[in-house]
Unconditional design. Structure first.
Length: 278
């Protein structure tokens, strides 16, 4: 974690540590009102919002020869096949709730052009020891798993077959025009992840400072969102507090089942992603 982020977090923690339960309620109502019905809310629920980079590329899975990653990092590759320059018809994307969207795609030629530019990595250029040229002999349209705001999907992807390797190199084929970037906040999130453990119980992971004692995890509920925050107090003497972040978990019980409501972080005002292993 960068020093700047830690400094920002320390400032946020200092402010939050002075909050009372009443202050949390005011902040939570503000967060809920700003999010509900906003453009970010609509995109998160019904749009195409990747949780990672917008157009990832790389190897699918499994083990590779030691030279393959180095060659890819140095972009030491060439095409032994001519990729289609025309974009195919929109492809169906099935969301976890069963709905289907048809998204426009970029052509294989455009996808290859995006990943085959010059390398900006500080490495010896190929040919170097342990590095050799990757030769792509075929390109087909397939899919790769992608984490989105609406759950894990199979995203359309161009798969480039490399000579001598048993797995393809991929580039997500979704046209960036239909992709909405994940929203970012000015302040670091206090609530980092959550999971449903049973019934109305919500398990959350939260962050706090080295000189801070967390007293309780607070919840504010509406029909569309659940806002979660932390009430804390400063600890320790007058000495300097280490710029370090600790994490812990807590279970809170909702007034009713979560259902399709989003969980929002009271500090940053943004959605918390489900999955404690993230």
């Amino acid at each position: 974690m960068s020093r700047n982020l830690l400094l920002r977090l320390s400032f946020v923690l200092l402010l939050v540590s002075c909050d009372s339960t009443g202050d949390f309620e005011g902040r939570a109502r503000q967060v809920a009102a700003q999010w509900q019905g906003s453009a970010d809310d609509r995109a998160w629920r019904t749009g195409f919002v990747p949780l990672g980079v917008l157009n990832p590329y790389g190897w699918i899975t499994g083990r590779l020869p030691s030279w393959a990653n180095r060659s890819a990092h140095n972009k030491a590759w060439r095409l032994a096949v001519t990729p289609p320059s025309q974009a195919p018809s929109p492809a169906p994307v099935r969301w976890p709730d069963g709905t289907v969207s048809h998204v426009p795609l970029v052509s294989a030629a455009a996808a290859y052009a995006e990943v085959s530019g010059s390398s900006h990595l500080i490495e010896d250029p190929c040919p170097a020891k342990g590095c050799r040229q990757l030769v792509f002999t075929d390109v087909t349209l397939g899919s790769v798993p992608m984490e989105t705001s609406r759950g894990t999907i199979q995203a359309p992807a161009w798969r480039f077959t490399a000579e001598g390797l048993d797995q393809p190199f991929f580039r997500v084929a979704v046209d960036p025009s239909v992709v909405t970037p994940r929203p970012t906040g000015a302040d670091p999130a206090r609530i980092m992840a959550f999971d449903l453990v049973r019934g109305r119980d919500l398990l959350v992971r939260y962050g706090f400072g080295m000189c801070e004692t967390v007293e309780k995890v607070l919840v504010h509920e509406t029909d569309r969102v659940v806002v979660v925050g932390v009430e804390s107090s400063p600890t320790g003497g007058d000495g300097a507090c280490p710029l370090a972040l600790k994490t812990a978990t807590a279970t809170v019980t909702l007034a009713r089942p979560l259902g399709d409501r989003l969980v929002l972080d009271a500090g940053g005002g943004l959605p918390v992603v489900r999955g404690m292993k993230r």
